[in-house]
Structure formats: C-alpha cells, structure tokens
Write a protein that binds this ligand. Structure first.
Ligand SMILES: [Zn+2]
Length: 463
C-alpha cells in the first residue's frame, strides 16, 4: 500500500502544532509501550476499577483512540510495526522464533533511526527480553538498556519474585524487570546534562502485566484484595500490575512537568497487544480476537487537540507517521500507516481497515496447548463494523464477526454473510499481509535465546 499524504492532514497538523514545521521539529518524543495491556482494563476505556489514573489523565489532555489495532499478539512483532509503520509482511519480523523472520533487519528505517539521523538524542529502557536487541529493536537508539541479566537481578530485590503465596513456585524472572526499575533508569537518563542539549526520543517499555513472575509491592496487590493465596491469582494480579505500571508512568510524566518539558514533548502511550484472560478459552495472547489485538492508544501533541476520542479504526502502524508528521518530517515511502490526526477532520476515517497476523504453524514458540483450529496461519482484517479471521490452512475454520452488534465475537456469521466474507477477503489479499517468504529453514536454535524464552514461559507450556 502506497502512503498518501492528504492536504487536509497538513492543515490539521499545522493547527495541532500551533506553528511551522520548523518550530514543531524541536519537540521531544516520549513513547511508552504497555506490554500485554488490554484497552478494556483501563479507566479511560470504561473499566470500572481504578487501574489507570495517570493514563486517564493523559487521555483527558490528549487524544484517545478507541479502536486502535495491533498487527500481532506477539511482543517483538508488534513493536517492529510500531517503530517502522509497517505490517509484518513488510518489516519481516513475523514469528517469535521459527522458520521465517524473527529479527528486524537494520535496513528498515525506524522512528528512532530517523530521529537520530536528525540529531535527536535517542534512548530506550525496556523491561524484558522479547523487546530487546535480540530482535533488532535497538535499531536507531544511542542508548539501549534491557538490563535483565542475572547480575543485575542478584543486586536488586525488586527483580526477584516474592517467596510466598501463589508465586512461591514461579521461576525466577531472569528475562524481565519491574516497571519501577526501568523507570529509575529512564529518569536518570533524562537528567543527564547532554540530553538537554538536543531534543530527545525516549522509549520506555513496561512488561508487568505480561505474567506474575514479578509482582507489584504488597501494598499494591492488597489494594486490589489480592494476596497470592487465591486459586485464580494469575488472573487477579493483572489489574494490580496495570495499576503499578500506571504509577510508574505517572513518575515519568511528573518528571517531565518538573523539568519544564511536558509542554514540549509529544507523548504516545500504546499497548503492544492485549491478553486473553480466559476469553475465547485462552489466557495469554497470540490469537487475533479483540481482547488480544485492540490496544490502548493515547497521543498528546503539544498545542494539539485535547479531550478528544477517535472511534475510527486506527492501527499501531499509524504511530510512526503521525509522530513524524507532527515533527514536520515526511515518513519514508515504505511506511504503510498514515497520520492519525487527519481523522479528526472527519472524512479520512471512512473505509479504514486494519490487518494482523499470527503465523502459528511457522512459529516454534507457538505453545502446544493452542486449540487445534488455532494452529494455523491466521490473518485478520477488520473495519469498524465487520471482522474476518482467515485460517489459511483450513479456510473452513474462517470466522466472521459483526463488531458493532457482537463485540465479544461469539457469533460466527461466515455461513450467513458470504458477501461480507468475499469483501473482506479481497481487502486482506490486497493488503499484502498474506505473502510469506520463508528464510533460514535449517537455522539451529540459539541456546541462549531458548533459555531466556523458557524463563518467560514461552517454551513448552507458556505463551
Ligand atoms: Zn508483548
């Protein structure tokens, strides 16, 4: 898909930025990715529990995108799309590990590499192995810290799981760290004198809701009535983890305010994917139902629109071009996303589609417990009304849902709506996402990678 820059986008942009592209070009950029965070578990998306006061505050000071769709339910793949503005077939990172690409090749320009080339200070502080340099996600960052080594863990009690309740038998989380540790590092970097000499691009990645190997401090879990003794503690710790992560995000925002940088910083917060939590009989992620690919997305542009909600379909591939446009920089020709602020003018929302994929038969880390009909090459296409999940190996398992009438995706209407299936299949084929180029079919498994994935539960029984 060739990217088209509409004149209206430029008009909205100029209004949003309150000045010329030259002036806009001096903004800092803070990107926060919330791993495994379902949109519907945040207050600003209607969740009844107070999980997200800081994110709610940002939503009321910026634009909240109500139907933002990720390209994948798998961490590195989703992040590669956020950074490149491209769907997986184009950026090439398509499985966690397996018989097609699992590394973002440096030939692809990313938000980080583009800004670094224009003298932004670039730094990333990530919280887990799946978001690390092992997948090429460090491309474009001067400073990149995943800090998940055994040595770091040994010196910091916050990196070890508690030894009581449900968590006593959990493996030590050697491949992840808690949001407070990551935030400490990010704040220290922001205080470095050289950071203030140029605009910065800071990526902070939080992993807490992914699993309960590391849990928040006891006062946080107790606040939600969870002490680890519950038989369903795995489910119940999800909200406290989001709350804890939200508090750490709040520290970032406070720091920007206290150092006078909040009003000169573009802030983007996005989930990389959601979590099943038992919906569609699946607890983790990797599938293509809404609870797994509809993500929270909030953007605040200095001088831009406030307290707005966008109901149109948006995609995580739109983030990179939206930020670049707000900085007065034209995105690369290869980008498939488009500037989301154009939607605010109205007409651009019509006909928007999102696509996603789960190449479960090509991914060596697809868990063996996957339901048989999900062990397939899965492709998703949706607009605001309809959604098709195409099972490429067994099209007889295809699923069609009317998202407006059936947001829980419980009533498969494939048989009743052949015209809709045909229309969406045409859109899916036109997107290019079903093209697969197999690479390295005989590549041996990396033992270090295998061990880290095992510690996160990815191999032989996790997600
Ligand atoms: Zn993830």
């Amino acid at each position: 898909m060739k990217r088209i820059i509409l004149p209206v986008a430029c008009a909205v942009l100029a209004a949003a930025c309150g000045g010329s592209p030259e002036k806009a070009g001096r903004f800092n950029v803070l990107l926060v990715t919330l791993d495994t965070t379902r949109a519907d578990h945040l207050g600003c998306y209607g969740y009844p529990l107070p999980t997200s006061p800081n994110l709610d505050r940002l939503a009321s000071d910026g634009i909240r995108f109500d139907m933002a769709i990720s390209t994948s339910g798998i961490t590195p793949i989703s992040h590669a799309s956020i950074f490149t503005g491209m769907n997986p077939d184009r950026h090439g990172l398509r499985v966690f590990y397996g018989r097609t690409g699992h590394y973002l090749e440096p030939e692809h320009p990313t938000l980080a590499s583009i800004l670094r080339d224009r003298s932004w200070r670039t730094a990333a502080f990530v919280s887990s192995y799946p978001a690390s340099e092992k997948f090429g996600l460090d491309h474009g960052f001067d400073t990149f810290s995943s800090g998940v080594s055994e040595e770091v863990m040994a010196g910091d009690p916050r990196l070890r799981p508690p030894k009581d309740g449900y968590w006593q038998d959990r493996p030590t989380a050697s491949a992840q760290r808690r949001a407070d540790v990551t935030t400490d590092e990010a704040l220290a970097w922001l205080d470095e004198p050289y950071v203030g000499e140029n605009p910065f691009f800071l990526w902070v990645h939080y992993f807490d809701p992914h699993d309960p190997s590391l849990v928040p401090p006891q006062e946080v879990t107790a606040r939600f009535g969870v002490d680890g003794s519950e038989p369903d503690a795995l489910l119940k710790v999800y909200d406290p983890e989001i709350f804890f992560m939200d508090g750490q995000f709040g520290r970032l925002i406070r720091h920007l305010r206290e150092t006078g940088r909040y009003d000169n910083t573009i802030i983007v917060v996005v989930g990389d994917h959601g979590q099943g939590l038992g919906d569609h009989n699946w607890f983790p992620h990797r599938l293509l139902y809404q609870e797994q690919i509809r993500v929270p997305l909030i953007i605040r542009i200095p001088g831009g629109t406030r307290r707005a909600t966008v109901g149109a379909v948006t995609r995580t591939i739109d983030i990179m071009p939206t930020v670049l446009q707000a900085l007065g920089i034209d995105p690369p020709e290869t980008v498939q996303g488009s500037d989301m602020t154009a939607i605010l003018s109205g007409p651009a929302e019509k006909g928007r589609i999102a696509v996603a994929e789960a190449l479960n038969t090509l991914d060596d880390h697809a868990p063996p417990q996957l339901p048989p009909h999900q062990k397939d090459l899965l492709f998703m296409v949706m607009d605001r009304e309809w959604k098709l999940i195409h099972h490429a190996g067994e099209p007889g398992n295809n699923e069609l849902y009317h998202l407006l009438e059936d947001p829980e995706e419980s009533n498969n209407r494939v048989a009743a709506e052949p015209e809709e299936v045909k229309r969406l299949m045409t859109a899916l084929e036109g997107s290019g996402i079903m093209q697969i180029e197999l690479v390295d079919p005989d590549e041996p498994m990396d033992e270090e990678a295998l061990e880290k994935l095992r510690s996160l539960g990815y191999v032989g029984g996790g997600n």
